[in-house]
Design a protein around this ligand. Structure first.
Ligand SMILES: NC(=O)c1ccc[n+]([C@@H]2O[C@H](COP(=O)([O-])OP(=O)(O)OC[C@H]3O[C@@H](n4cnc5c(N)ncnc54)[C@H](OP(=O)(O)O)[C@@H]3O)[C@@H](O)[C@H]2O)c1
Length: 329
């Protein structure tokens, strides 16, 4: 039977303007980095995408090399579009990126015009799309002139391959320089995608102020620190978890008993306010006025439901924020 989205999907989700642009984004977005690859269960990914859309999540975040194998998350998303979401293309914001290792040889990595344009053409083909809504340069490339990379982003918009462009993982100084180039080219930078969570606060050291000044939106990735800021690891490492599966070694260097102990103490603060730890972690990143959206990952439908439910919570009080600071100190 054809998928029919929930008619109430726009009633509860708050949407926030992305920087000083006209585009509004849902406060929670869904990323397909993990659990949508070629070796994952297609029906589980499909169920998560459908439930997300039913809950008002209009924004799906991809990259050329999400999988594994590389490219397979975009293929999975292409299948989900074909089966369920394509009739709603104009209700969706679909992002992709290039900037990390993708194919062998000198043209499948970093920030050249050659790489970015070819990579986006491949992404569009995998997803069966005519354009993406947002295309990002995935990380700064010190070897390529910034003028070339930003010129490629401008070309990508002018050629109709993307509606907007963004930067990911750029530090404040490089963000300012890139934003100035893009503004001069007439393709303003829409959005920045940095990591940010209770366990990783580098954006507080200048980036959020820069984005605010430049009028650039901000979507923060790994707000749950890949699962460590949930109740998942408080009593050991379940086999069916990212750390248990050790997917692509992505948690290497991040997982430690000291972090789990901090999570246990944060969990007490969360439960005192009637939230799960994962929900308080989202409330906490979204308290920053410069943060447009929190970009979560999920391995099952219930995690998406938990995240969206967090949006109904009361803001953190001064006392709760102070308790959190004491724990993190
Ligand atoms: N631009 C970049 O360089 C970059 C880098 C990384 C990620 N990203 C983007 O950010 C997205 C999110 O990254 P992420 O997956 O690291 O985000 P995250 O939200 O910090 O972690 C998601 C993981 O936490 C666990 N989880 C989520 N909700 C839970 C709950 N309620 N209870 C217990 N466990 C829960 C799940 O792992 P289990 O499998 O253990 O259940 C889930 O896959 C990616 O998909 C990608 O789109 C971008």
């Amino acid at each position: 039977m054809a998928y029919r989205p929930d008619p109430a999907r726009y009633q509860a989700m708050p949407y926030q303007r992305c920087g000083r642009s006209g585009l509004k984004l849902p406060r929670i977005a869904l990323g397909l980095w993990q659990n949508f690859g070629g070796s994952d269960l297609f029906e589980n990914g499909r169920a998560m995408a459908r439930r997300a859309f039913d809950l008002g999540i209009t924004h799906f975040d991809l990259a050329n090399n999400y999988g594994p194998p590389y490219g397979s998350a975009e293929e999975t998303f292409g299948r989900i579009l074909e089966k369920d979401l394509a009739p709603f293309r104009d209700e969706l914001v679909i992002s992709s990126k290039a900037g990390y290792d993708m194919w062998p040889g000198p043209y499948g990595d970093r920030g050249s015009r050659k790489y970015l344009v070819a990579s986006l053409d491949q992404s569009l083909k995998r997803m069966g799309l005519g354009y993406v809504d947002i295309f990002y340069h995935h990380r700064p490339d010190p070897e390529t002139p910034l003028e070339e990379t930003m010129g490629a982003l401008d070309f990508i918009v002018r050629s109709g391959r993307a509606l907007y462009v963004g930067l990911s993982n750029y530090p404040p100084e490089a963000t300012r320089a890139a934003a100035a180039l893009l503004r001069d080219l007439g393709t303003p930078c829409l959005i920045h995608q940095p990591s940010y969570s209770l366990f990783n606060r580098w954006v507080e050291d200048g980036l959020l102020d820069t984005l605010d000044l430049e009028g650039i939106g901000c979507i923060v990735f790994s707000p749950l620190y890949q699962g460590l800021l949930t109740d998942k690891y408080l009593r050991g490492v379940p086999q069916d978890s990212r750390a248990g599966r050790n997917q692509g070694g992505t948690l290497k260097g991040k997982f430690s008993e000291a972090k789990v102990e901090l999570a246990r103490r944060l969990d007490v603060v969360a439960r005192r306010r009637g939230q799960k730890l994962s929900q308080m972690a989202l409330t906490w990143v979204l308290r920053q006025p410069a943060v447009t959206s929190a970009l979560i990952g999920a391995s099952r439908v219930s995690q998406i439901e938990d995240a969206v439910a967090a949006l109904a919570a009361a803001p953190l009080t001064g006392e709760e924020l102070a308790a959190i600071e004491t724990i993190l100190a």
